[in-house]
Each structure stands twice: as C-alpha cells, then as structure tokens.
Design a protein around this ligand. Structure first.
Ligand code: NAD
Length: 476
C-alpha cells in the first residue's frame, strides 16, 4: 500500500498560541448564540460533509484501505445522524429545565440551564478519524463552544482533509484543526482549556487527565480496553457467530468497542467456531487479502504489535483455528480465530485492536463472569442468550460502559444512548444529549419570588429560631 502523505509535521508553539488567543477573544460571542444560529452552523457542517463524501472515502482508502461503503456506514452516517439529532433536540436542550421546589423553600422556583463550557479541545484517534472527531465536534458546537481539534497523526490523509473541510465551514477563531503528533498534543494540553474531550488509549488518557488537573479543566475520556462477549448455551449460535464476527473484523478489528474475546458455553464451542468461520467466509470470501470489503492494519507498527501477540499466544500453547495469515507488504492480517489461549499471553493482557478472536469456554456462567470481573471494567460487554434470567444475571454481576444483548457494536449508533466507558475504559459520556451535557456546565438557578420560611431561620439565633430549625430538620 503506497502512502501519498507522510505524517503531518508538528505545529509550532507560536502558531498554536495564535489560534488559542484568537479563540479566547471570540468564545463568549460563540457561546451567546441562539439555538437557531447553532442549528444553522450544524446544517452547514452537514452539507459540507455530504459534499466531501467522495474525498472522505478517498482519504480513508489511502490511510488504510477502508471500503467506501464501510466509510459511509461507520464514518459518515454516525456524524450525519448525530447532527440531525442535535438539530432536532437543541431547542429543548438549551431551554430552561425546571426542577421542583422543596417545601422548605416555598415561594421560590428553580431551574437548570446548560451554558457552554467555553474553549474546548478535542483530541482524536486514528481508528475512525472522521466519526470520532466530528461526533464530539457536533456536541461541542451544539453546546456553544469554540473548538480546537487535534486529529491523529497516523491517518494523515484524513487529517489533512479535516483541515480543508472545516476551514470551509468555520473561521479559525471558532473551530480550528491543529495537526501533529505527541509534541503538538503536549503543547495543546499545557493550555488552559475549559474542557478536554479525549478519545484514545487508557495510557494516554492518564497523561491527558494529569495535564488537565493543572488547570482544573474538566475532561471526557473515551478510552478502550478488552470488551468481552458471553455466548450462553441458549443462544442462537449462527446469529451470535455472525454478529460477533461482524463486530470483530469490522475496520480490521481496530474498533474500541469490538468484541475483544469470547466466552462460549463448552457444549457449544465446536459449533460456534464453525459458525464463526462460515461467517468470515461469507463476509470476506475465503481470501480476505483480495477482498476489498476488508480493511488493513493502519501501519507497520501496529501490524508488528498484533503479530507479536499471536506468536506469543502460539508459543504459550494457543491453537489457530482459522486465519493466521500475515502479509507485511500490505499490513494484511487475515480474520483469525484462536482457542486454548493462555490468560498470561500478550493477546489477553493487552487490548487486541486487530482481527484476532480468542475463544474461551465455560461450564458454569460464574466462571466467565469471574474472569471478566478480574480485568479492568470494559467499554462494552456483549451477551448472546435467549434467557432473560441469564441476561439479567450477567448485567447485575458485571460492570461495563455499555453494550448489547444479542448484537455487538450497534449501541454506538443510537444517539439516544449515552456512550462511554467506566474508569479504565473512560470517564464521562458522549453522543446526543449526553455529549451536549459533557460540553456544558449545568447551571442551577433558584429564583426567589416571595419571602419564604428561610427568612425565619436567619441570625440572630434565638431559642425560637432553634425550634424552627429543629422542626425543619424533622419535617422537611
Ligand atoms: P492514542 O492514545 O495513542 O492516541 C490518541 C491521540 O492522542 C492521538 O491524537 C495522538 O496524537 C495523541 N497522543 C498520543 N500520545 C500522546 C501523548 N503522549 N501525549 C499527548 N497526546 C498523545 O490512541 P490511538 O492509538 O490513536 O487509538 C487507539 C485507542 O483508542 C485504543 O485504546 C481504543 O480502544 C481507543 N479508542 C476509544 C474509543 C472510544 O470511543 N472510547 C474510540 C476509538 C478508539
């Protein structure tokens, strides 16, 4: 695969400061916009994305041979549906949200209003460069913020296109893209933003949070990890295998919510492996290397990383059930299924982030649950079962950012669901209303209309006042 663009150069500190200062002069104006003004901005962004669809597909093909239909499905659609949702709901989100008044405060009314945080920074990863940059951007614009974006340096064609596309919609003092890698990111993190929305690995997430702490800047961290799948013995195996295989091999497994590993009831293992292999052949034919529906690994570094995980697992006794083909000339790894994988192998001590599916078995559901709970809380957990009792048991006894029952990954597409992890897999939520709230401060306002009982509780504290305080504590 020939790359036309190299990774973008780091942006100079003076250029970063210039853009930051321009936004500082403008963020209050951006924040005082009405719902209809913000809707107009989102509409323009939507139209520009539509206009640039062919270029987005081209950039993603250049970056890692992603199929144009998959670009539409996983890069364009999530953004356009996010924009439509925000435009529909914005009036309500920006309005006054009345809350009830306790009896002790009779004579007053209270409401919450969501005000923009101000100047925000969005740092995004390479695995869905447009989706994971423009998704939070939509929420940030809806909430009335000025935005600096730092896309990943690993997908240079996508990053360069974002600069061009967004310059057609926004002035730099409102939305600016600053290209570069770790150094640029570090310079940006030193600045006093009002909010940082970071999507990437847990390790870099910790760096972002530490930098944000210096300014007490709030953060949303959309991180990763190992998302498990449980297939119990009541599950429809053919359907489960097809949906797990789709979630695993989509984008070549480079998906934060991909089913990382699978626990299947031991009585169903052979059948499940067979059905997964059938699903792979069905999606990508027998030779995925010739198949345009199948993406590539983003670069040599990640190709080597995943290969080393597979080699290490095999050294520790794992069996390759299918796939296991590697071609470094095009960063190609075939859809691979493995069994007998040691929990101590690198494949299981790291997020895989590639097209390798380790399958484990359980006799008793608690064995699978205990294994899952011995790891960090995942971003997603998937359950395949026909038994509501089992489904509820698993949900009650595990923790995860989100997930699906009888599917994988599609929870991402419902803009009504908050999306994000928990602790190691993330802090805070994105998408729809949750995204809007992440970029807003919930300002709680009480308005006093007529004198109320609180007046009677003010100093000087007499015996009578104390009696009233006692009554208030007892009854209200
Ligand atoms: P990454 O953490 O390496 O990089 C993400 C961003 O951080 C990039 O823009 C990069 O330039 C910047 N960065 C890298 N090192 C930095 C440093 N030391 N200081 C400051 N900034 C730095 O992640 P990645 O490899 O681009 O993406 C893969 C990871 O992201 C996986 O762990 C995956 O699960 C996670 N992810 C999470 C979500 C989600 O929504 N929760 C979505 C996609 C990916």
């Amino acid at each position: 695969m020939e790359k036309v663009l190299e990774q973008p150069a780091e942006t100079s500190v003076s250029e970063i400061q210039k853009i930051f200062d321009a936004q500082k002069d403008n963020y209050l104006q951006v924040g005082s916009t009405t719902a209809s003004q913000r809707r107009a901005k989102l509409k323009k962004l939507h139209q520009t994305i539509e206009d640039y669809r062919p270029q987005i597909k081209e950039a993603m093909y250049q970056d890692y041979r992603k199929h144009p239909s998959e670009v539409d499905l996983t890069e364009v659609y999530p953004i356009t549906s996010e924009i439509k949702h925000a435009r529909r709901k914005l009036g309500n989100w920006m309005g006054k949200h009345s809350v009830s008044t306790p009896i002790a405060l009779l004579g007053s009314s209270s409401h919450v209003r969501y005000e923009p945080k101000g100047m925000v920074l969005i740092i995004s990863p390479w695995n869905f460069p447009f989706n994971l940059t423009f998704g939070p951007l939509v929420s940030a614009i809806a909430a009335g913020n000025s935005v600096i974006i730092k896309p990943s340096e690993m997908t240079p064609h996508s990053s360069a296109l974002m600069v061009k596309l967004l310059a057609e919609v926004f002035d730099q003092n409102e939305v600016a893209v600053i290209e570069g890698g770790k150094d640029t990111s570090t310079e940006l993190l030193a600045l006093k933003f009002n909010h940082i929305f970071f999507t990437g690995s847990p390790n870099v997430g910790k760096i972002v949070m530490a930098a944000a702490a210096k300014h007490l800047t709030s953060v949303t961290l959309e991180l990763g990890g190992k998302s498990p799948t449980i297939v119990d013995k009541t599950a429809d195996l053919k359907m489960a295998a097809r949906r797990v295989a789709w979630g695993k091999y989509l984008n070549n497994g480079q998906v934060c919510i991909a089913p990382d590993y699978v626990y299947v009831h031991e009585s169903k293992k052979a059948e499940f492996v067979e059905e997964v292999n059938k699903a792979i052949a069905n999606f990508y034919t027998e030779t995925a290397s010739d198949e345009s529906s199948y993406s590539r690994i983003v670069n040599q570094k990640h190709f080597d990383r995943i290969k080393s995980y597979v080699d290490d697992a095999v050294d520790k006794g794992a069996k390759v059930e299918s796939g296991g083909k590697f071609d470094s000339s095009q960063n190609y790894i075939s859809p691979t299924v493995m069994t007998d994988v040691s929990n101590e192998s690198k494949l299981m001590t790291n997020e895989i982030f590639g097209p390798i599916m380790p399958i484990f078995t359980f006799k008793d559901l608690d064995e699978a649950i205990d294994q899952i709970n011995s790891r960090e809380k995942p971003l997603a957990l998937y359950i395949f079962s026909k038994s509501n009792k089992k489904i509820n048991y698993i949900l009650k006894n595990t923790r995860a950012g989100g997930g699906c029952i009888n599917h994988t990954s599609v929870q991402f597409f419902n803009t009504n669901l908050p999306f994000g992890g928990s602790n190691n897999s993330g802090i805070g939520k994105g998408h729809g209303y949750a995204g809007f709230k992440s970029f807003s401060n919930a300002r709680g306002i009480l308005r006093q209309h007529i004198p109320n009982a609180v007046e009677l509780l003010l100093p000087p504290y007499t015996k009578f006042t104390q009696k009233l305080i006692d009554l208030t504590i007892k009854w209200f």
